[in-house]
Design a protein around this ligand. Sequence first.
Ligand SMILES: [Ca+2]
Ligand SMILES: [Ca+2]
Ligand SMILES: [Ca+2]
Length: 452
Amino acid sequence: MQSLKVTIILGLFFLFSLVSLALFFNLDGEADFSSLASRSTDGKKGKSGIREIEKSEVISKQDKVENEPSALFNDPAIKQAWGLKKSDAARAWKVTHGSKNVVVAVIDTGIDINHEDIKSNLWKNPGETGLDKNGKDKASNGIDDDKNGYVDDVYGWNFVGSTNDLTDNHGHGTHIAGIIGAEAGNQKGISGISPEVSLMIIKYYDPKVTNTDNLKNTINSINYAIKMGAQIINYSGGGTDYSQEEFEAVKKAEKNGILFVAAAGNERSNSDQFHYYPADYKLTNIISVTAMDPSKDVLSTSNFGTETVDIAAPGQNIISTLPGNSYGFMTGTSQATAFVTGAAVLVKANKPDFKFDDIKKYILSTGDASPTLALKTRTSRSLNLFKALTILDQGMSANGVTVTGPVHDEFSTTTKGNRELTQNPFGKSLMEAVQKSNNPKRLGDKKDNQTQ
Ligand SMILES: [Ca+2]
Ligand SMILES: [Ca+2]
Ligand SMILES: [Ca+2]
């Protein structure tokens, strides 16, 4: 009798355990941590909300990078950058390397302004450079020369400490800046997606400073970027709390024609159900980016959503710059976001008249379609830099370069296991276009009828 009782109790306990497990795991068999993720910030709800850089850390760090000469650029670590290959950077760079006229606001943890591989691509506030009437350097004269409310804001502003000191105490901001715009061809480090660009550095987060309002710093940062003429904003952070003030700031950027590239977040959750901001504000100038691995699968740590997340880009083990002239690998939707920002710079450099809507169209309507991404993103696509530049007018890219093939290179259409990547309709027309010519040529070239 006693043993029957024990058996019944054990049986009931087993049944209860099974039901609990079934509830915890979703239909795909993956553990569902989304509720945990959203709960983690609930404690601050009702106050000011929080904005943080995504959970990300440096995976490994090195002072020097392996010397592998590239056919295109001579930066040592370029071969380690799988994301550049997957997103078709080599062919994109045949069209453009970007332009210093394109100003990107990197709203993050600051930057190492002396980094050997980024310093040449930093934006400089024209109102805080040169000499003042007393012959002193405007960048360091202690005067708000351009009267924008910030003293000596030559490379940007630090809203955590209300100073022009942009020191990166985390590494995240330096890493993001390098992905977007590290200098190419200087025989050092890596190459950014857009090796020519002007990076405006705005610091909203510092792990060493507590009791600071990151959401307010974010809003101030966005407003600074608008005021100072950024054309693209990169925001690799966020939080689960909606903020009307932040929404208004991004909307103001929209009114000013500014593209806002935002991380989908590393909360492991479905953003269609559990929103992540600012990526999920319903505004037309936002591109929400999730992260994928070399097999073009969205990372298990990344947020996804067929309504809220626009596109996937490389985000696993991405090599980039770190403070102190060093380099290292990081993972997350932050890194993927920087890839898309870099793409936006290339498109803008190629078509200077473009506002956010055109840039967004070029990036989101091209890319490489994939059945697995169809379950995780709105466009079913991963970033393809080359296609984003060559959304076509009968085989002619935006700057008049005839597209040359093959389009289906070794990086974009590999077959892995039994999963085939599908060619999107745009890809097909691009393919047809390239078959007409094998030589790159420009409109207006004298020998424009020369083909082989
Ligand atoms: Ca100033
Ligand atoms: Ca000054
Ligand atoms: Ca370099």
